[in-house]
Every structure is written in C-alpha cells, then in structure tokens.
Design a protein around this ligand. Structure first.
Ligand SMILES: [Zn+2]
Length: 434
C-alpha cells in the first residue's frame, strides 16, 4: 500500500519545509546589509511565516538549521534578465548587440511558444536558486508562463512582458491578457511590471502609453536604455537628442523606471536620471560580451545602481556571485583600484536591487521578507576568511548550500525541494529550434 500525501497523519518532506517557524541556529556570520552594513557573529535568526521575526538567541522552532560554520546573507536580486533566454545559451556568441539581435535572437525567438518559455524559465530558476538568487526582474514574452514557473518553484520575481511595437511581436491587448492571467495566479511572490523593450523598438506613442498605464496602475517600468553607442547616435540623428533626454522630454522618466545597461551617458543625462530618481542596472558581463562598453559608474555614485546578469544568451550564465566579481573588476580597468569596492558590488546585488524593485528584502533585519541564503565556510574558496565580503565577492563561486524564499526552504543542502532538475534538463534538450 502506498501512503497518500494527503492521508491522515502523513507528513511529507515538502510539508515539513512549509512549517511556520524556521530557526537558523548559531550563524557564524550574518551579513546583514543593514544601514550600518553590520556583520554579526554567532547569532540566531528566527523566521516566522514569510518574514524575519528577530535576530538574537532562540531555542524552539518547527525546523532548526545548524549554521555554526556558515554565512547567512540576503538572497541576491538580479535586476535585469530574460530568464527563458537560457534556451539560447551559446547560440549566438562573439558579435555585437545589433548583429546578435537581428541575425540570431529575433529570428529564433519567432520559434518560441509558451511551453518552451515555461521550461526555459524553469531552467533559469534552477540556475538562479543554486547560485543564491532569490528574486529577479524579468522581461520576456508569455509572461504568464514565466509566472507559472516562478510560482511552482517558489522564487520571487518582478515580471514584465517585453514589448516591441515595430515588428512581429504581439500587440498591447495581448499583453494585457497576459497581465490578467498573472493576476489570476494571485501570488505574493510576483510583482507585475511593464517592459517596453527600448526606445529603438518602441514608438513615442507606445512609450507614452506605457508611462500613462504605469501611473494609473502604479507599475514599475523595465527598459533597456543607452546600451550601445549606436543607440545613442541613432537617437541623436532621429530626435536631435540623447535617449535619456528624449525619454525625459516625453515625460517618461520617473522613480518607477528601471533602466538596464546605461553604458553611454553624458553628464547631462546623469543629471536628468538623478532628478527623476531612475534606478540603473549595471550588466557588466553582457556589456563586455556584446562589446557595448563600460557603465561610467564613477560618475553614477549618487544614483541607485543595481546589478543584473541580462539573459543567458549574452552572459552566458545567471550567476550573480560571478556578476558581482565582474562588476567590481571591470570598473578597475583603466580607472582606479578602489573604484567599485566589494561592499558596493554586494550592495548593488542586494539592498539597491530591493529598493529599485520596491521589495521589502535585500537585508537581514526584523520585519524583512525571509529571502536568505546560507553558504558553507568549509570549502577552499572561503578559506582563509580575512574578510567576509571580500570572499563573497571575489572568491566564492556561487555554489550555495541552502536557500529560503518567502520563508520557505527551496533548496536544502544543495538539493532543490520543489523542482525536478533532471526533468527540466531533459525537456530542454528535447527541444528543436532548427
Ligand atoms: Zn536585456
């Protein structure tokens, strides 16, 4: 006789991980990312339901995790990605953005359907959880399928449907249908946002529509901005001004705008972005790979700068630990070695991302959402430990032990709880694109 999961008295492993109180006991280090950037030693973290209840010394909980040789830190927040583009990992390398989009990505995206996007998103989520990302800001098609994967895997996300109004992509009413489908999921893990792809793929009227819809519904807007020199030059030719000035003049910019890339900015652009409180996303690996350039971080310090991997087609992975390292190293090239210190890279990947996405996470403090990751210290890339933040940014490879999202354990001792990894790999390997 087989036990039924819903049978009386049966407590499955899954149900066990949904218990209300989790105690992270004797954490060797807690990288709080609070205002003082404190690193606490030998303390406990008590999680109740989906929030951090307190930090201190506690005894009882439904589940106790021994963290005596571990670092506990906030889960990383990937502020710009296209999750399902894991499907195109390694499909188009060693070319610039325009050539890559026009000759490789846009043609193959025509072959996508909801099923492929669901599985591609799931693969991305597997990779993200295993490397400590607990929240991501996504822009892609079939947003309802991305949402379904997020809910099943219990990962937090801000989802926007990538919108391009000058070619084969679907029109606004179809996007609104997808928004409604996501709303029907009624998940507190998902925040809806809007995703006009860029100024060169959207008309002025389309961009104005997004701004108006964002104001009416209080939604964030996720857009690619000033990614390449060509984008800026084309905009100056067409509109007589830079992409930032163009968006400013049509009334598009606000604190709700999350602008990815921002590689080619003038001093005037930066003043406008600051005036409108726009959050910027630094995507160093993608910018290097597509030969786009280097974000001028040294003159952006007063703005909220977050970190993103971009899609796996231009990175080619979604490892935010690797991204933090690249973020810091790239700014040191031709500049100064103190520029973009390890702590700043960690801030970009945690607290700054939470601020941009308006998510009550990014630090370990009572009342914050319980989005946490646990890292083992007994491994070569964490030894010795002269400086916790240095090891996290410069030496750790991202192979985290345990991940908690919204107060639920989604990976325990490197084992994913809600996801059948092999099924995901097999499914994607079975897809035919050409
Ligand atoms: Zn992108």
């Amino acid at each position: 006789m087989t036990l039924s999961r819903s049978g009386p008295g049966f407590k499955s492993q899954w149900e066990h991980h949904c218990d209300n109180m989790i105690l992270l006991k004797n954490c060797k280090y807690i990288v709080t990312q609070n205002n003082k950037r404190e690193i606490l030693k030998n303390k406990d973290i008590l999680i109740e339901n989906n929030k951090i209840k307190d930090i201190g010394s506690f005894e009882n909980a439904d589940k106790i995790i021994d963290c005596s040789n571990k670092i506990v830190m906030p889960g990383l927040i990937n502020c710009h990605t296209h999750a399902a583009m894991t499907l195109f990992r390694g499909y188009g390398d060693d070319m610039n953005l325009q050539e890559w989009l026009e000759n490789k990505i846009w043609p193959i995206e025509k072959k996508l359907d909801g099923e492929k996007i669901y599985w591609g998103s799931k693969l991305a989520i597997v990779e993200m959880i295993k490397t400590g990302t607990t929240c991501f800001n996504d822009m892609y098609f079939y947003m309802d399928k991305v949402a379904q994967a997020c809910v099943e895997c219990n990962i937090r996300s801000v989802l926007s449907r990538g919108y391009i109004d000058n070619n084969y992509h679907k029109k606004i009413n179809e996007m609104l249908e997808e928004i409604n489908k996501v709303k029907e999921l009624n998940s507190d893990l998902i925040t809806l946002a809007l995703g006009p792809h860029a100024i060169y793929t959207n008309s002025e009227s389309s961009l104005k529509w997004f701004k108006e819809y964002s104001d009416k519904n209080d939604l964030l807007i996720h857009i690619h901005l000033s990614e390449t020199k060509k984008e800026v030059e084309d905009c100056i030719k067409k509109h007589g001004k830079s992409p930032v000035k163009y968006l400013y003049d049509i009334g598009f910019l606000s604190h709700k705008v999350i602008a990815a890339h921002c590689v080619w900015l003038s001093e005037d652009d930066i003043k406008l972005l600051k005036q409108k409180n726009v959050s910027l996303v630094y995507n160093p690996a993608s910018n290097m790979k597509l030969s786009s350039g280097i974000m001028p971080y040294h003159i952006l310090k007063e703005l909220n700068v977050c970190l993103g991997t971009d899609g796996a087609a231009s990175n080619n992975n979604l490892n935010m630990f690797e991204e933090m390292k690249i973020a810091a190293l790239l700014q040191k090239v031709n500049k100064t070695p103190i520029l973009l210190a390890a702590q700043e890279a960690l801030d970009m990947a945690t607290i700054n991302g939470a601020k941009a996405l308006r998510i009550n996470a990014g630090s370990i403090e009572p009342g914050k959402l319980a989005d946490l990751i646990i890292i083992d210290l007994n491994r070569p890339d964490m030894i010795p430990l002269h400086n916790v933040v240095s090891n996290l940014v410069y030496s750790f490879d991202g192979d985290v032990d345990t991940v908690i999202i919204n107060g639920k354990i989604v990976m325990y001792n490197k084992k994913l709880i809600n996801i059948n990894e092999q099924e995901t790999f097999d499914k994607i390997n079975s897809f035919k694109f050409y």
